[in-house]
Design a protein. Structure first.
Ligand code: TYD
Length: 133
């Protein structure tokens, strides 16, 4: 369900030297982080994602710049713009996601609940619809 995905506000510790945002497993997130990856140097007009996961939980953060995350549970779609380094989008299993409209120089950091496992991916949209409908 799309309502299971939510935007969370992360802490921002500010002082004259700049801002710092910490993210701790279990307390700031509803899962323990097993993997971090990031998308960067995304060409203008390019889109990423285009898949769902069977078990993986993720937190997506625009640590620099902005992009849109389109979420689809097989029944409805919504687009969420991420544009603050202290805001993250939690995505639960069985949600199709597409990331698009990356601003120049943007960086997308993803915290994930498990290590990379290709068998956890659903990369075909019709297959995804068959699972969720
Ligand atoms: P892909 O899932 O297509 O990226 P995105 O979700 O951004 O569209 O992954 C691109 C390639 O990177 C693919 O060959 C799998 C590989 N990959 C890893 O090896 N480890 C990882 O943690 C991730 C996310 C991808």
């Amino acid at each position: 369900m799309l309502s299971s995905c939510r935007v969370i506000d992360l802490r921002k510790i500010s002082d004259p030297r700049g801002n710092l945002t910490p993210i701790e497993s279990d307390s700031d997130l509803p899962f323990a982080v097993q993997r971090i990856y990031y998308l960067y140097d995304v060409p203008s007009g390019s889109s990423r994602g285009g898949h769902a996961h069977r078990q993986l939980h993720q937190l997506i953060v625009a640590v620099s710049g902005s992009f849109d995350v389109v979420l689809d549970d097989g029944f409805e779609r919504k687009s969420i713009t991420l544009n603050f380094p202290n805001r993250g989008l939690l995505i639960v299993p069985y949600i199709w996601r597409e990331l698009e409209n990356f601003s120049s120089g943007s960086v997308c950091v993803v915290l994930a609940s498990a290590k990379y496992d290709e068998s956890d991916y659903i990369r075909d949209y019709e297959t995804f619809l068959n699972y969720v409908r």
